[in-house]
Ligand binder design. Structure first.
Ligand code: OAD
Length: 244
């Protein structure tokens, strides 16, 4: 794979850089994406049946069990070369903001201490009523564990359909997208708002947009550079080409 020399020079400057990631970056770690045909989680379950406050109110145990199962799946996986390449980019580029829609914590595991988790983190559990975070809980319980402070039901600290994103995280993401020189959109279908609009906001402000995805997305026509393929293969090669 060859990279345009202009892109390489741009990254060497170094620019103010933002990377937005989605489920595609974790696909090579063995985690399923949401919308890929046949294998996507959402192909088996209707999201509104599981990932919504209404669903939790209707059947808290079903939702608790589904997240317990997903937490278990995440525990066994490791970051892949794409996660590590992004962590290396963060070392090379002083003004680097990583924004992820993923709740799997793999970017942290790869060495990113500072990142914006727009949709929360599946490993954190909090009270559905008083928001107190739980330090410990049982996943394999007969009923949904309860908050030690107020007795409310515990739930995963993730953003569900119909819920607002954490305000501070969203504001930081918008600010970073509006002020960056280069915006990478990696492994995301770009159809879930407001995350999807970040790349367009960057584009409208004149940033160079780079897309890395297995397939074309609604962002593809606007991107200055498009790399179709696996992020776990493309990102390490890009890092090597720029800083190797
Ligand atoms: P999607 O499942 O919608 O999209 C995954 C994208 O990754 C697709 O565009 C694939 O083509 C691409 N892809 C798959 N494997 C890849 C690989 N190895 N390398 C590069 N690209 C690859 O996942 P997201 O865009 O992350 O929200 O979904 C956004 C949000 O929708 C999720 O955070 C989740 C979901 O509903 C909530 O749960 C709130």
């Amino acid at each position: 794979m060859t990279f345009d020399p202009e892109l390489i020079s741009l990254l060497r400057v170094p620019p103010k850089l933002v990377a937005l990631t989605g489920a595609g970056v974790s696909q090579e770690s063995g985690l399923r994406t949401f919308r890929d045909a046949q294998t996507g989680l959402w192909a088996q379950y209707k999201p509104e049946e599981l990932a919504s406050p209404e669903a939790f109110r209707r059947d808290p145990k079903l939702i608790w069990d589904w997240y317990a199962w997903r937490r278990e799946a995440v525990k066994g996986v490791r970051p892949n070369p794409g996660h590590y390449a992004l962590a290396e980019m963060a070392q090379r580029v002083p003004e680097f903001t990583l924004i992820t829609q993923n709740v799997d914590g793999l970017h942290r595991m790869a060495g990113h201490q500072k990142l914006i988790e727009l949709h929360g983190n599946i490993q954190r559990v909090r009270c559905a009523d008083c928001y107190t975070f739980a330090e410990a809980w049982g996943d394999d319980t007969e009923s949904v564990p309860r908050c030690s402070v107020c007795g409310g039901l515990l739930r995963p600290d993730v953003v569900w359909f119909g819920e607002a994103l954490p305000r501070d995280q969203l504001e930081a993401a918008i600010e970073a997208a509006r002020s960056c020189d280069v915006f990478f959109s990696i492994g995301t279908s770009g159809v879930v708002q407001p995350a999807a609009s970040l790349a367009f906001a960057a584009h409208n402000r004149g940033a160079v947009v780079v897309e890395i995805n297995a397939e074309p997305t609604p962002l593809t026509p606007k991107a200055n550079y498009v790399f179709h393929g696996k992020s776990g293969e493309i990102l390490p090669r890009l890092v090597e080409a720029v800083w190797g």
